[in-house]
Design a protein around this ligand. Structure first.
Ligand SMILES: *Cc1c(COP(=O)(O)O)cnc(C)c1O
Length: 303
């Protein structure tokens, strides 16, 4: 059985009305482990197991770690996730429920990641959350499915953390001849490492990250994400935390699906009508999902 599933492609009347064009949702929130991450991480885990890996290592307390834990359980490979003390109780419980071993180490991701690297043996495969061509190959299949369903979008909306989703979607668009179709890349203001790279003309490290969209919290995007801006249209756009959370709450009512503020950043470009004027035709939104938000946490922010 494949680790990821073929997700629904749904027309959204509320979002179509908001932008005055036809909005389509690729429902990655329906994936096992709750986000698109299982596409790429599942693909990478299968590859590493075929090469003889006897354990999967991760240092992500977010959706990447959850996808590794899910893949390991399905493939019968033990998983070790090292997370910092800041990781929520909920994230630890979700990892634990997948049967992963969880070690809490250090006060930041940097320390947890360094410790995870120090534990790595020759029999282990380390799964990076976004900077691995195997991940991009897996993520690319979401575009294959959209095209197979008969939709050739005129614009694509997604969000960017470290840029793995962007790299995969661009790869999928390339092999379907959609290289000229613009990708609108959403970030929240406190997590805008992709916009910073475009401004600087190279990937740069943000001095700090802030805000609710924790799954967008990569201080620097991968080289591949930046390189794409020289090969095809990719337009960075920013929304506030408030807009991202409001979009999650609106989406919950409109489409009965709970997503993280990271995903809300993409949805907010439509709900708040922040796409540039002239976007027309069929607009595909990657509803990337995420397991770390709860109704309670969104409502608390939403007030
Ligand atoms: C990982 C993740 C992102 C960001 O993806 P990148 O590949 O790091 O750019 C966005 N949304 C959700 C829900 C995620 O899990």
């Amino acid at each position: 059985m494949p680790l990821s599933v073929k997700t629904p492609l749904l027309e959204s009347l509320p979002l179509s009305r908001a932008i005055g064009a036809r909005a389509w949702l690729k429902m990655e929130a329906m994936q096992p482990s709750g986000s698109f991450k299982i596409r790429g991480i599942g693909h990478a885990c299968e590859h590493y197991r075929a090469q003889g890996a006897q354990r999967f290592l991760s240092s992500s307390g977010g959706n990447a770690g959850l996808a590794v834990a899910y893949a390991g359980r399905k493939l019968g490979v033990p998983v070790l996730v090292v997370v910092p003390e800041t990781t929520t109780e909920r994230a630890r419980r979700l990892l634990d429920a997948e049967g992963a071993e969880v070690i809490v180490h250090g006060t930041s991701w940097f320390e947890a990641n360094r410790y995870a690297q120090s534990l790595k043996t020759a029999q282990d495969a380390f799964l990076h959350p976004f900077d691995d061509p195997l991940l991009w190959q897996g993520h690319a299949t979401l575009i294959d499915e959209v095209v197979a369903d008969g939709l050739r979008p005129d614009a694509v909306v997604l969000c960017v953390g470290g840029g793995g989703l962007l790299a995969g979607v661009a790869e999928g668009m390339r092999r379907s001849g959609l290289d000229e179709v613009p990708i609108y890349a959403a970030e929240t203001e406190g997590m805008a490492s992709f916009a910073a790279a475009v401004d600087a003309g190279r990937p740069v490290e943000l001095p700090a990250l802030s805000g609710v969209a924790t799954s967008l919290g990569a201080r620097q995007v991968c080289e591949r994400a930046f390189a794409l801006t020289r090969e095809r249209p990719v337009i960075p756009l920013q929304v506030s935390d408030r807009e991202a959370v409001d979009a999650c709450l609106a989406f919950l009512d409109d489409h009965r699906t709970l997503v993280e503020p990271a995903c809300g950043a993409s949805l907010a470009l439509l709900y708040a009508n922040r796409l540039p004027p002239g976007v027309a035709g069929n607009v595909l939104v990657v509803v990337c999902g995420g397991s770390t938000a709860t109704v309670e946490s969104l409502s608390r922010f939403g007030g």
